[in-house]
Design a protein. Structure first.
Length: 507
């Protein structure tokens, strides 16, 4: 197909759910050999548009054309057969199967009804070589990193001769080198004429890889723009529908807590074999302590030890001056320590429950199931936090699975804030959410700190750690290498040198 002719057009797309307008008269175009970013806040309609395209949802109005021909898919398998493949943030593969089996699952080469294993492995290895990937195709997929698993998912899409590949938040769990490798493969596919629909909340990555972008807001298309012609500040304003006052308010470093702040949680030589080496850490009332380091440096392991999710092999923890034996999360909760996991799907929200049920879950657990929270009290608490965190849609009876990722994150925060914790541990609370929701959560953390709550804050985005933290704890290779008061002499270069060298930033 001529690269000047769209391979995919969506015209006048509309979709409603129980009175909620998810998409309203949305147009979208995708050309061969381009990377096109789909941008917008959580809840803007990005996921719904992709699900309409791939047949997960039907349309209430509008038309979809692929290669100039009208199409209407009844499910992702039919869309894939037509040449549209999707690689999701949570890779939809089977980690217990081999690399080759994942590439050809459901399409295994057979003879007389039996799988030709040698042929399948040969073809898988050849396919991966074309993408410059050197993998053992007989090894279980679980042996490889998430980045490699995404490459395998892309390889599967390439093998079915996809005309359109949708990458839905593919970089949210990747480090810089893994992102670079993914983008190398994306550029290779682009050069081969494949059309790439790229969804990401990392705007720097969008500007690095995308040729054009379409912006959605509140279910409507705001516009389609060449990437080179739309400044990033203007893009963010289009996405959130207002100027960046909420972000600009957080540009300055936080004020220090001062000498009067009392130690709330003190870890003394706390460690766990194979997870993190023994470390000392003090978190004061009203202090935000940020954990900085590369993926796998031990940040989450520190958080899990302080919440009792993992048992320490060495050391002790004091809370408000008294020794506490953290036998498990229930003990931590009894001392008003809360933990928002980075894995909000597996360890956070429960998708089959409503917004209300998810929010009151932790508070009910602290009371015990025999002492039910009265319905009126539930309604009061849930209404307060839905409003305070701007959870959308503001319907507490919606299943939480119907909310966007950013709003699910807010529900998880509400669950713990309702317990009135003294220490809030948040692990990647802004990962994979839009810039507006990110600003709201950052502002909330600053306000909680100002109100006297201690916060242990983990983020892969160093600028975010610097913006919010009073103290920065740097980890490398599963050990604490330095603790830095966040003063004028601390910047991203200083922290990165410390991460790189592991010796306080000197080379």
């Amino acid at each position: 197909m001529d690269s000047a002719t769209p391979i995919l057009t969506m015209t006048g797309i509309a979709k409603r759910f129980a009175g909620v307008v998810a998409l309203d008269d949305v147009d979208f175009r995708l050309f061969p050999g381009e990377v096109h970013a789909l941008l917008g806040e959580n809840g803007a309609g990005k996921s719904t548009l992709i699900k309409v395209l791939t047949g997960v949802y039907g349309t209430d109005a509008g038309e979809i054309r692929l290669g100039g021909e009208p199409v209407r898919f009844t499910g992702p398998l039919q869309a894939r057969a037509a040449g549209i493949s999707t690689v999701y943030q949570e890779v939809n593969l089977c980690p217990n199967l081999s690399v080759a089996e994942n590439i050809y699952i459901g399409r295994e080469p057979r003879r007389f009804g039996r799988i030709r294993w040698a042929e399948m492995r040969r073809r898988a290895a050849e396919l991966l070589r074309k993408l410059h990937l050197d993998l053992d195709v007989t090894a279980p997929l679980a042996r490889y990193s998430l980045a490699v698993q995404q490459m395998v998912a892309i390889a599967r899409a390439v093998d079915v001769e996809a005309k359109v590949i949708i990458l839905d938040e593919p970089t949210s769990s990747l480090d810089a080198s893994e992102v670079a490798e993914l983008f190398r493969v994306v550029r290779q596919l682009k050069a081969a004429g494949v059309a790439i629909l790229f969804v990401s909340h990392f705007l720097d990555q969008v500007y690095e890889i995308a040729d054009r972008m379409t912006v959605l807001r509140n279910g409507r298309r705001i516009g389609e723009y060449p990437t080179a012609e739309l400044p990033q500040v203007r893009l963010v304003s289009l996405m959130i529908g207002k100027e960046l006052a909420t972000l600009e308010a957080l540009d300055d470093k936080p004020k220090q807590t001062g000498e009067a702040a009392q130690p709330l949680v003190e870890a003394h030589a706390l460690g766990r074999k194979g997870a993190v080496e023994p470390f000392d850490l003090t978190i004061h009332q009203g202090e935000v302590v940020g954990l900085a380091g590369l993926l796998g440096a031990g940040r989450t392991e520190v958080a899990r030890l302080l919440f009792g999710a993992d048992r320490a092999d060495t050391g002790r923890v004091d809370v408000a001056g008294s020794h506490v034996n953290l036998r498990g999360p229930r003990t931590a909760m009894s001392h008003r320590i809360a933990f928002c996991s980075e894995n909000r799907r597996a360890e956070g929200v429960i998708e089959d429950l409503t917004v209300r049920e998810n929010i009151v879950l932790a508070l009910q657990a602290t009371r015990g199931w025999a002492r039910r929270i009265p319905q009126r009290r539930q309604d009061e608490l849930v209404d307060r936090y839905v409003k305070a965190l701007n959870i959308r849609p503001a319907d507490p009876d919606l299943p939480v699975r119907n909310l966007s990722g950013g709003n699910q994150q807010k529900v998880l925060l509400a669950r713990w804030l309702i317990t009135e914790p003294r220490l809030l541990i948040v692990d990647e609370p802004t990962r994979g959410i839009d810039v507006g929701a990110k600003a709201e959560i950052q502002k909330l953390i600053a306000e909680l700190s100002d109100g006297g709550m201690a916060v242990l804050f983990i983020s892969a985005e160093l600028e975010e750690v610097l913006r919010l933290s009073h103290t920065i704890v740097v980890l490398r290779d599963r050990r604490v290498v330095e603790q830095l008061p966040n003063g004028d002499d601390v910047d991203s270069d200083r922290v990165m040198r410390t991460i790189a060298s592991g010796n306080g930033g000197t080379s």
